[in-house]
Design a protein around this ligand. Structure first.
Ligand code: G4P
Length: 531
């Protein structure tokens, strides 16, 4: 029997951030392969089915009794218990994607070697950067023609503002991809085409002192380029410093090919060594030690309609300290109530596995009778813990909501408020007028459809959405020092307020934000709202 401390300390909880198509799903699948969760043959289904990997895992999960869902994947590897948090990408990118990052202790950033830093990576990185969590970079698709390695690193440093430290270095790319050089071990690992990972690779390890072996395996030309690049690299790149990594100031960089399963296990092994155990979260200004305290958790996501037949809500919690025991009573701090968490579960999509215990670092989903809000804390009744809330992230799409049948005002208000409480949308009002007209902001446009659909189906209210041209929203950090009536913005600026009466500004472009800041000295604007 392991102790609570041992259970917590073997946990590593991370999110994978990337732009759609960079290879997040493929990489995750390979991680599971190493975790023994899926076997080689079952892991790779070729091109057409790659996107269905998540639902395939559900089947595999049933067979093997492991925990695999579209939201959190848990598996064991090399004595570690690993939680991978899925950050929804593609068309369902939403504020939830950002919020999920609040539950992770580190992030793996997957970059397509031929594309470099892309829009969605930039956005997700910003949220990780705000928290200062460690970020590990996997530059993927080296089996295809890649951008120049130095340029890729330069781009990460300039665009994202984080220093890079390559742990290994690619030898060529595409058809001339020969493998990677491991800087720490001073040896080369050769690449062999696994035919999209359908057969075992045959990687040879060759010391940099074994000239004949290197010439035979990677050839004269690749070897001399490698030697030149190593020399350049040793002179140019940042020194490896684990503290800097853990503070999110330096990202260790790895190169590989998820599809052919090359460089993935080295990445996983190094990552696990460098990533932190569950990080302490801050309650009332003080960090709460995950090991030295009883159970505590915070809600980071609320999902409605998890089960179509029951029309229920599930609150997802990140356990921050101690051990969760399903039989014990806990305190919902914001609601001031002592209760048992109902139907605690680890499975978070169609399949659900009722949990009896879980530990700091884990994510649990509990049945929510409509009492939880995002950012809420639950803890042992005797403890006095209240975690800092989760910020509100800037929506990028806005629409005015018109209600078709004014007789249904009540249901309308109830519906929009509930959906906003779940965090799927943000609602705003015209500045200085009440709730008459509602402006809705969303992070991903799909949420507009979700709102319309849910209001119609769950609240029997028909609405019309009129898109607004704004793309940027800013909270006014020093609202008490600013006279809003006198604020001189650009002609395209719009003043609005949230439901608590906090003023916000909407802009069509970045230029207007800069202009408004220039014209109003002392004005402080923020991209994140305080919950
Ligand atoms: P995502 O979750 O980040 O969106 O990416 P996903 O893993 O689904 O990968 C996107 C596509 O890139 C997939 O192709 C996948 O097979 C391919 N891919 C992933 N890793 C690698 C790699 O290391 N090398 C190469 N060459 N390809 C890789 P697809 O959607 O099945 O087909 P298609 O996009 O090529 O049509």
């Amino acid at each position: 029997m392991s102790t609570i401390a041992e259970e917590i300390n073997k946990r590593r909880t991370f999110a994978i951030i990337s732009h759609p198509d960079a290879g997040k799903t493929t990489l995750t699948e390979k991680f599971l392969l190493y975790g023994g969760a899926i076997n080689l043959a079952g892991s790779v289904k070729g091109k057409a089915t790659a996107r269905h990997a998540v639902s395939d895992w559900m089947e595999i999960e049933k067979e093997r009794g492991i925990s695999v869902t579209s939201s959190v994947l848990q598996f064991n590897y090399d004595g570690y218990c690993i939680n991978i948090l899925d950050t929804p990408g593609h068309q369902d990118f939403s504020e939830d994607t950002y919020r999920t990052l609040m539950a992770a202790d580190s992030a793996v950033m997957v970059i397509d070697a031929s594309k470099g830093v892309e829009a969605q990576t930039r956005k997700l990185f910003k949220v990780c950067g705000m928290r200062g969590i460690p970020i590990f970079t996997f530059i993927n698709k080296m089996d295809r023609d890649a951008n120049d390695t130095f340029e890729l690193l330069d781009e990460i440093e300039k665009e994202l503002g984080i220093a890079t430290c390559p742990v290994n270095w690619p030898i060529g790319s595409g058809k001339r991809f020969k493998g990677v050089y491991d800087r720490h071990e001073n040896h080369v690992l050769t690449y062999s085409d696994t035919q999209k990972g359908t057969k075992e690779g045959e990687t040879t390890v060759i010391s940099m002192d074994d000239e004949a072996g290197l010439l035979e395996n990677i050839g004269d030309e690749a070897l001399s380029t490698l030697r030149e690049e190593i020399e350049l690299l040793d002179g140019a790149s940042a020194e490896f410093d684990l503290n800097e990594v853990r503070n999110g100031k330096l990202t260790p960089v790895f190169f590989g090919s998820a599809l052919t399963n090359f460089g993935v296990e080295i990445f996983l092994q190094n990552f696990l060594k460098m990533a932190t155990t569950p990080l302490p979260r801050v309650s009332q200004g003080e960090p709460v030690d995950p090991v030295g305290n009883g159970f505590s958790a915070f809600v980071f996501k609320i999902q409605a309609n998890m089960n179509k037949a029951h029309r229920d809500r599930v609150a997802f919690m990140r356990i921050c300290s101690g051990r969760f025991d399903a039989g014990e009573e806990v305190k919902h701090v914001q609601g001031g109530k002592v209760m048992r968490l109902s139907q605690p579960q680890q499975i978070m999509a169609d399949e659900r596995k009722i949990l009896n215990e879980a530990y700091a670092g884990d994510i649990i989903g509990v049945f929510d009778p409509g009492i939880f809000s995002i950012g809420d804390t639950v803890c042992m009744p005797k403890n006095n813990i209240c975690y800092e809330g989760i910020p509100t992230f800037a929506p990028e799409h806005f629409a005015r909501v018109r209600q078709m049948d004014t007789m249904k005002r009540k249901q309308f208000i109830k519906g929009v408020n509930q959906i906003a409480q779940e965090g799927a949308i943000q609602i705003f009002q015209e500045f200085n007028t009440g709730m008459e007209e509602i402006i809705v902001g969303v992070v991903g446009v799909l949420q507009f459809d979700v709102l319309k659909y849910r209001l119609e189906n769950e609240y029997n209210v028909e609405i019309k959405l009129e898109p607004l041209p704004y793309e940027h929203i800013r909270w006014i950090e020093n609202k008490d020092e600013v006279d809003l009536m006198k604020l001189t913005g650009t002609s395209d600026m719009k003043k609005i307020q949230d439901l608590k009466g906090n003023p916000l500004l909407l802009f069509i472009n970045q230029w207007s934000i800069g202009m408004t800041l220039d014209r109003n000295k002392g004005l402080v604007l923020s991209e994140f709202g305080r919950a």
